[in-house]
Design a protein around this ligand. Structure first.
Ligand code: 3HC
Ligand code: NAI
Length: 698
C-alpha cells in the first residue's frame, strides 16, 4: 500500500485523502493508492459512501506530466476513473484549489461533486498539446452540455466554482474544510436515500454542427492540432455509446501524445517555470520593493507604470515638462480604464491606483524615496547618461537603477554612475502592461541582490523573467535582428514581404515580421540602421527600400501606412503596392534577378537564421540555457507555443540537417550565414539543445 493516500473512516463514510505535494498530481503511486483504497472501502464493513479529497493546496492538478513520454504503468488513469465510477458505494468528490485535467476527470467519475467557492476546475490538456484522456471528453458533455464542454476543453480555461455549478458540472458549492464539507454532503445524500449517479449512464447530449465547430476551433488554434481534435472527441460522446466514445478519445489522446506539438508544449510548460531558477541567486534576498519610479511616460514608461500600479506598487513618474507629465498620466488612465472595463480591477481599486498610488512629476527630487527606478526615455546613449547621472545624485543608497533600453550597452550606462553594482537592465515589451516577457539584463558589475530584485519585480508584475547578458539587443532583439535580416535578404532575392508574413503566420507566428515592423514603428529600425551604418561591415547586405518608406513619412500603423495600408476602424492592413515598386527598383539597381521562394523555403531560412543566432547567444553566455532563448521568443515575439521555442524546434527538426542547410546558405553569403560554433559542436558530439538544458539542471 502506498503512503500517497490516507484512508480514514467516519461512521459509514470512508475518506480517501490524496497526499502528493505540491499539487496532488496523479502519478503512478497515487493511481495505485486510489485503486487499492477503493477496494479497501468496498471491503470495509458498514461503509456506504466514499469521499475523495485532496491534501494541501489543491484537489488534483491532473496527470503527472513528468510521466509523459515514459512507459505508462498500471493502473492507467482511464481505467481508474471507470473503476471509481463503477463502485457500488456512493462516491463524492470534495474539491478545493484546482481540479485540472485528470483531476477533474477523477471528480467526473465520482457520483456527486461538491467544491469550495474559491476553487477552480478545468481541462487544460490542450495547453500540453493533448486532449483529456481519462473520459473528460465523454463525461463533461453529459453533465455540462456540448457547447460548454467544447468551450472548456478547447480553451483549457480555469472555471470558477460558481460558473461550474451553473453549468451543472458541480452539484454544490460550500465553504468550509473540504474533508468536513465532503463528509457532511455524503451523509446528507445517504440520509436522503440518494442513488449512485454514474455520469456514463446519463443520456448523451444533443448534437451541434460539428464541422462548423471543428473549423472554427482549427482557425483559432493557428495550426495547433489538439483543440480541433477535442471537438471530434466531444462529437464521439454524442454519436457513440459511452464505451466506444472512451475508446475513440483514448486513440486520439495516444496519437497526440506522439506529436512534436505535445513535446513542444510540455517543454514550454517546464521551461516557463525553470527560467527563474537561477543557481547564482540561491539564498540571495531581493531588496525591498514598495515604491518605484519611472522616467519617461511615453509608450513604454506609461505601460510599465500601469503594470506596476496593477500589481499594487506606488509609482512616481517623471517627465520633462508638466504637459508631458499630464499626457503620461492620460496614457496610464487609458490603460487602467481598459483593465476596469475587462473586469480586471474594481472601480475603487482603479480610482486608488490613479489618484493615490500614482504621482507624476518633473523634478528628480520626487524620486529620492524610490526603491527602484526604471528609465524609459528616448533610445539615445547621451540622454540615458544624463538621466543616470541625475539618478545617482538623488536616489537613496541601495535603490536599484534600471534601464529599459532595447539595444544600448548597460555597462556603459552603469559606468556613468558611482554605483554600477546597483544598475541593471529591465527590458519590457510593448505594451508593457500586457506582454509577459521581461528580460533581466545583468551587467558586469550588477550585484546579485539587484538581479534578485529584478526577478522579484518580474514575479510581482506577473511576468516571465529571463536572465540576459549584455550585447546589442540582449537575447530577444539580437535574435530578432538576425531573422529579420534573413527575411530582408529573401525580399531582395525575390520574395515579397506579404508572402513572408503569410508563410510565417501559417507556421504559427502570431504575426509576420513586416506586420510586426509596422506595429512597432518603422522609424525604430531606421534609427538603428543609421546608428549602425558607420561601423557596418562592407560585406553586410542591407535593403534600402524601408528607408525610402520612412523618408516619405510612412512609419507603419501609427502613420496609417508602412508595409501595409491601415484604414481607420479596420483591423489589420492591406498590402501597400508602393512597397513592391520600391523593392523592384532596388533589385534592378543592384542587378539582382529575382527568384521564387516556396513558403517552406521561407520558413526554413527564417528559422535557420533564428536558430543559428540563438546558438551564438547561448554559446556566448548571453542566455544561460537554450530554454531561456525559447521562453524569450515565446513570451516576447509571438513564437508559437506549440513548437516549444526555436531551439526546441531545432532539436525536433534535427540539428545535423539544419547545420547542413546553414552551410549551404553560407555558400551564397558566408558573412551572414557563418554557422554558430555551438551548433557545430552539438552536431559533432551528437547532442541536442535539450541536453544542454538538462545538464544545466532544467
Ligand atoms: N504534473 C507534474 N507536476 C506538476 C503538475 C502536473 N500535472 N502541475 C504542476 N506541477 C508542478 C510544477 O512543475 C511545479 O514544480 P516545481 O515547483 O518543481 O517547479 C509545482 O508543481 C508547482 O506548480 P506551479 O509552480 O505551476 O504552481 P502554481 O500554484 O503557479 O500553479 C497549477 C499550480 C495551476 C496546478 C499549475 O501548475 C498547472 O497549471 N499545472 C498543470 C495542470 C495541467 O495541465 N493538468 C493537466 C495534466 S494532463 C492530464 O491530466 C491528462 C489526462 O487528461 C489524462
Ligand atoms: P517614447 O518616445 O514613446 O517615450 C519616451 C518618453 O521619454 C517621452 O514621453 C519623452 O518625453 C520622455 N523623455 C525623454 N527624455 C526624458 C528625460 N530626460 N526625462 C524625462 N523624460 C524624458 O519612447 P518609448 O517607445 O516609450 O521608448 C522608451 C525606451 O524604451 C527606449 O529606450 C526604447 O528603446 C525602449 N523600449 C521601447 C519599446 C517599444 O516597443 N517602443 C520596447 C522595449 C523597450
Amino acid at each position: 500500500m502506498t503512503d500517497k493516500i490516507a484512508y480514514s473512516r467516519h461512521g459509514d463514510v470512508a475518506v480517501l485523502r490524496i497526499q502528493n505535494p505540491p499539487v496532488n498530481a496523479l502519478g503512478h503511486a497515487v493511481r495505485e493508492g486510489l485503486a487499492a483504497n477503493m477496494d479497501r472501502a468496498e471491503a470495509d464493513e458498514g461503509v456506504r459512501a466514499v469521499v475523495i479529497v485532496g491534501d494541501g493546496r489543491a484537489f488534483i492538478a491532473g496527470a503527472d506530466i513528468t510521466e509523459f513520454g515514459k512507459t505508462p504503468l498500471e493502473p492507467h488513469l482511464p481505467d481508474l476513473c471507470n473503476r471509481i465510477e463503477a463502485s457500488p458505494l456512493l462516491v463524492v468528490a470534495s474539491m478545493h484549489g484546482v481540479s485540472l485535467g485528470g483531476g477533474l476527470e477523477v471528480a467526473l467519475s465520482a457520483h456527486y461533486r461538491i467544491a469550495q467557492p474559491s476553487s477552480r476546475v478545468g481541462l487544460p490538456e490542450v495547453h500540453l498539446g493533448l486532449i483529456p484522456g481519462a473520459g473528460g471528453t465523454q463525461r463533461l458533455p453529459r453533465v455540462a452540455g456540448v457547447e460548454n464542454a467544447i468551450d472548456i476543453i478547447t480553451t483549457g480555461r480555469h472555471i470558477k466554482a460558481a460558473e461550474a455549478a451553473a453549468m451543472g458540472l458541480l452539484d454544490k458549492v460550500e465553504e468550509g474544510d473540504p474533508q468536513a464539507v465532503g463528509i457532511a454532503y455524503a451523509e446528507g445524500l445517504l440520509a436522503a436515500g440518494a442513488a449512485r449517479r454514474p455520469v456514463s449512464e446519463l443520456p448523451a447530449p444533443a448534437p451541434i454542427d460539428w464541422d462548423a465547430a471543428y473549423a472554427a476551433v482549427l482557425k483559432k488554434g493557428r495550426g495547433q492540432l489538439s483543440p480541433a481534435q477535442a471537438v471530434r472527441a466531444v462529437q464521439a460522446s454524442v454519436e457513440m455509446p459511452f464505451d466506444e466514445g472512451l475508446k475513440a478519445e483514448r486513440k486520439m489522446f495516444s496519437d497526440l501524445m506522439k506529436t512534436d506539438q505535445r513535446e513542444g508544449m510540455i517543454h514550454a510548460f517546464f521551461s516557463e517555470r525553470a527560467v527563474s531558477n537561477l543557481p547564482e541567486l540561491k539564498g540571495v534576498e531581493p531588496r525591498d520593493l514598495k515604491a518605484i519610479g519611472v522616467i519617461g511616460g511615453g509608450t513604454m514608461g506609461a505601460g510599465i507604470a500601469t503594470a506596476a500600479l496593477l500589481s499594487g506598487l506606488r509609482v512616481t513618474l517623471l517627465e520633462m515638462t508638466d504637459d508631458a507629465a499630464e499626457a503620461a498620466r492620460g496614457r496610464i488612465a487609458g490603460n487602467l480604464s481598459g483593465a476596469l472595463k475587462r473586469g480586471k480591477i474594481s472601480q475603487d481599486k482603479h480610482d486608488a491606483m490613479l489618484n493615490d498610488a500614482l504621482v507624476v512629476a518633473t523634478d528628480y527630487d520626487a524620486l529620492k524615496d524610490a526603491d527602484l527606478v526604471i528609465e524609459a526615455v528616448f533610445e539615445e546613449m547621451e540622454v540615458k547618461k544624463k538621466v543616470f547621472t541625475q539618478l545617482d545624485a538623488v536616489c537613496k543608497p541601495g535603490a536599484v537603477l534600471a534601464t529599459n533600453t532595447s539595444y544600448l550597452d548597460v555597462n556603459e550606462i552603469a559606468a556613468i554612475t558611482n554605483r554600477p553594482e546597483d544598475v541593471i537592465g529591465l527590458h519590457f515589451f510593448s505594451p508593457a502592461h500586457v506582454m509577459k516577457l521581461l528580460e533581466v539584463v545583468v551587467a558586469d558589475k550588477t550585484a546579485k541582490d539587484v538581479t534578485a530584485t529584478g526577478f522579484a519585480l518580474g514575479k510581482m508584475l506577473g511576468k516571465v523573467a529571463v536572465r540576459a547578458g549584455v550585447c546589442d539587443g540582449f537575447i530577444g532583439n539580437r535574435i530578432l535582428s538576425t531573422y529579420r535580416t534573413a527575411a530582408d535578404h529573401m525580399i531582395l532575392d525575390g520574395a515579397s514581404p506579404f508572402q513572408i508574413d503569410k508563410a510565417l503566420t501559417d507556421f504559427g507566428f502570431a504575426m509576420g515580421p513586416y506586420a510586426v515592423a509596422d506595429l512597432a514603428g518603422l522609424d525604430i529600425g531606421w534609427a538603428m540602421r543609421k546608428r549602425l551604418a558607420p561601423t557596418r561591415d562592407p560585406r553586410e547586405r542591407v535593403g534600402e527600400y524601408p528607408d525610402r518608406l520612412c523618408e516619405a513619412g510612412h512609419f507603419g500603423q501609427k502613420t496609417g501606412k508602412g508595409f501595409y495600408i491601415y484604414e481607420t476602424g479596420q483591423r489589420g492592413g492591406t498590402p501597400n503596392p508602393e512597397v513592391m515598386d520600391l523593392i523592384e527598383a532596388e533589385r534592378a539597381e543592384k542587378g539582382i534577378t529575382p527568384k521564387e521562394f516556396t513558403d517552406e523555403q521561407i520558413v526554413r531560412r527564417y528559422m535557420a537564421a533564428m536558430v543559428n543566432e540563438a546558438a551564438k547567444v547561448v554559446g556566448e553566455g548571453i542566455a544561460r540555457r537554450p530554454l531561456d532563448v525559447d521562453m524569450t521568443l515565446l513570451f516576447g515575439y509571438g513564437f508559437p507555443r506549440y513548437r516549444g521555442g526555436p531551439l526546441k524546434w531545432a532539436d525536433l527538426t534535427g540539428l545535423p540537417e539544419l547545420l547542413k542547410d546553414i552551410e549551404r546558405y553560407a555558400e551564397e553569403d558566408d558573412y551572414f550565414w557563418a554557422p554558430a560554433p555551438l551548433l557545430k559542436q552539438l552536431v559533432a558530439e551528437g547532442r541536442s539543445f535539450d541536453d544542454l538544458n538538462k545538464e544545466a539542471g532544467k
